[in-house]
Design a protein around this ligand. Structure first.
Ligand code: CP
Length: 323
């Protein structure tokens, strides 16, 4: 099956291979799509006739549901597959699963998988567009894109901002995608976390490392707080969750000592009282639920662009389809 060439290429596997122009193109395309979710009837014919499979081999609330809303609001036909409900539990390989889906004439696959590289592996083996919804500790590009859009909404720019990613950097695909995206758009990026959860030599990516949360808060305009990924930790990376909160937790008393008004993001799911206190998560500096709202628009933009849409035609496409 031949594919329409898009401004993003065939697939979205990560932000590392994208240019600043491509990333800005996605964010700009998301802008007109935001309005669709505010309508009484949240549906436009942009992807009418396209079939999209959401293949989620790891648990997800936000990403899976957000992709499904994005697809439905663009009028695509969607099918959801989870590991437990598929023949993967009988030993079928990822490629065999995907080839059987292809045999039913699908157009796109959105994949979440526990193995780093799974999205690229699939993209190289099937002609359908593949979108990475998070693969192991590699990348989670649409999460970083919605983070970028949310920061841009609130600070009107990305370039020159100081954004510090706090917490479990080692296991985090969100951290990697954010670092690539933020640096390409001209932000200064910091990371802060315990020695055991920050990869050695991370400065080589072009980021600044903070060993104390107080220093990070003094430096930053934006904090992106990550959860401790307990399910990926085989040994004791932190003495206890209570100790982690005491030393690295983002708390109101710490934010009150900041020299400027800091924007607080968290990709979710949150461990309240561990990496972030509830009064911060629900407080005036938090934009956590706006991230979730922006996630739908960003995913609509990615689906539209991969289907052959152009950023400059996104507004018109809302009434007339892909054109
Ligand atoms: N942020 C994020 O990826 O959340 P889910 O695991 O719920 O999709």
């Amino acid at each position: 099956m031949s594919r329409i060439s898009s401004s993003l290429g065939k697939d979205l596997i990560g932000l590392e291979p994208l240019s600043a122009e491509q990333i800005r193109g996605i964010l700009d395309t998301a802008e007109p799509f935001k309005e669709i979710s505010e309508r009484r009837i949240k549906k436009v014919p942009v992807l009418r006739g396209k079939t999209i499979v959401n293949l989620f081999m790891e648990p997800s609330t936000r990403t899976r549901i957000s992709f499904e809303f994005a697809e439905k609001r663009l009028s695509a036909d969607t099918v959801n597959i989870s590991a437990s409900g598929s023949s993967v539990v009988k030993g079928e390989t990822l490629v065999d699963t995907a080839r059987n889906l292809e045999a039913m004439r699908i157009d796109m696959v959105v994949i979440r998988h526990g193995a780093s590289g799974a999205a690229r592996f699939l993209a190289e083996r099937i002609p359908s567009n593949v979108i990475n919804a998070g693969d192991g500790s590699h990348e989670h590009p649409t999460q970083a894109l919605l983070d970028l859009l949310t920061i841009r909404d609130h600070r009107k720019r990305i370039e020159g901002l100081r954004v510090c990613i706090v917490g479990d950097i080692l296991h985090s695909r969100v951290a990697r995608s954010n670092i690539f995206g933020l640096l390409k758009l001209g932000a200064q990026v910091g990371v802060c976390g315990p020695r055991t959860l920050v990869p050695a030599g991370i400065e080589a990516l072009g980021v600044e490392r903070f060993r104390r949360i107080e220093e990070a808060i003094e430096w930053a305009d934006v904090l992106n707080v990550l959860r401790l990924q307990l399910e990926r930790m085989r040994t004791g990376y932190v003495p206890s969750l209570r100790e982690y909160n005491r030393v690295f937790g983002v708390t109101t008393p710490r934010l009150e000592r900041a020299p400027r008004d800091i924007l607080v993001l968290h990709p979710g799911p949150m461990n309240r009282g561990v990496e972030i206190d509830s009064d911060v998560a629900d407080g005036p500096q938090s934009v956590i639920l706006q991230q979730v709202t922006n996630g739908v628009a960003v995913r609509m933009a990615v689906l539209y662009l991969l289907a052959g849409g152009a950023p400059e035609r996104a507004e018109a496409a809302k009434t007339g389809g892909l054109g």
